[in-house]
Design a protein around this ligand. Structure first.
Ligand code: BGC
Length: 333
């Protein structure tokens, strides 16, 4: 009986998936929580439309190149590509063009000239500057609207904000744009800034934790604000700040009471599930939602159009230069 039910289930599964297009999803690193949630969302969004085969490049371009060759040999219908080296995709796009395989790159933006060599190469991403401007808004809500007379978050009352910046991977468009633009946005609001240090922690919680420990040793209580390029690094930073008693949950209720308990503003980007809880509990002063559901929807919708040779005019998302879908961030404070 059991065997019979298994047979029926297998036949059912086979008849559902048979005849469906097979799409390859190649991510840069499965250890990256943001990318993981993006990949899960892509799989969920496409579950009624096509089959997805997922590959994890484990942060090695050489692995990714292997996977791409394998997908070409297996005659994949389309590749969704989160490149390890965003500036090195030229030979990949050329190869996909030669094999007439459409490609949707995401999250790690290639050069326009590389994208331009193949009519069926696209990029789905976010408006980098906007994430920094929203971080600027969160900080404005914290430090007050009078840049010449800051509120009590300016611990030494010098009307300057003493800042630590935790930066993502060097050369990643988001790390570069978020870092420069958040500073520009705060300056344009009239704030005087004293950037104590900008430390690269490669998007990683553990690296940010270690770096933050050293920063606290050096700058201790003079730190007034931590700006992080993503939530993972913000959480690593918070862990180090907790260890140094710069956050103290005195009544041990799991929540930081900003009126009565020691804390310091830390601002992230992504809106990871864990970060949302930390915002609620007062550990993270705010984050900027990098909407992986929306990005997944855009990637899947575009893939579906390309797979069925439909016109790009059928997209429900704006497409720039017939190449780019750039989505909005939003505030969470
Ligand atoms: C995200 C980071 C992530 C990176 C990976 C960024 O857009 O904010 O959390 O590590 O993409 O490429």
């Amino acid at each position: 009986m059991k065997k019979f039910i298994m047979l029926i289930l297998t036949l059912l599964l086979f008849s559902c998936t048979k005849g469906r297009e097979s799409v390859s999803l190649i991510i840069y690193n499965g250890n990256d929580p943001f990318i993981n949630s993006m990949a899960n969302n892509i799989e969920r969004e496409s579950s009624d439309l096509f089959n997805i085969e997922k590959f994890d490049s484990k942060n090695f371009q050489i692995n990714q190149n292997e996977f791409i060759n394998q997908c070409i040999d297996n005659k994949t219908s389309l590749i969704m590509l989160n490149p390890v080296d965003r500036l090195g995709v030229y030979p990949i796009i050329r190869k996909l063009k030669a094999n007439n395989i459409p490609v949707i790159l995401f999250n790690r933006e290639p050069l326009k000239k590389d994208l331009d060599i193949w009519e069926k190469a696209f990029y789905v991403g976010t408006k980098g500057e906007q994430s920094a401007q929203i971080q600027g808004e969160i900080i404005y809500n914290l430090f007050g609207s009078n840049p010449l007379k800051l509120n009590n978050l300016d611990k030494n009352s010098n009307n300057e904000i003493e800042i630590v910046i935790l930066k993502g991977e060097q050369g990643h468009q988001d790390a570069e744009i978020r870092t420069t633009e958040v500073v520009n946005s705060l300056k344009s609001k009239g704030y005087k800034l004293n950037i104590l240090v900008t430390e690269v922690a490669n998007w990683k919680r553990s690296e940010a934790y270690e770096k933050m420990k050293a920063i606290i040793n050096k700058y201790g209580n003079s730190i007034e604000l931590v700006i992080s390029n993503n939530d993972e690094m913000a959480i690593g930073g918070i862990d180090a700040l907790i260890e140094s008693n710069m956050f103290q949950d005195l009544d041990q209720n799991g929540i930081i009471n900003k009126e009565t308990e020691p804390w310091i503003p830390v601002v992230g980007i992504d809106g990871l599930q864990e970060a949302i809880i930390l915002v609620r509990n007062g550990y993270l002063a705010g984050t900027v939602v990098n909407d992986s559901v929306l990005q997944a929807k855009a990637i899947v919708e575009l893939a579906n159009i390309l797979l069925h040779n439909k016109s790009l005019t059928q997209l429900t998302f704006d497409i720039i230069d017939n190449k780019y879908i750039m989505l909005d961030y939003r505030i969470l404070q």
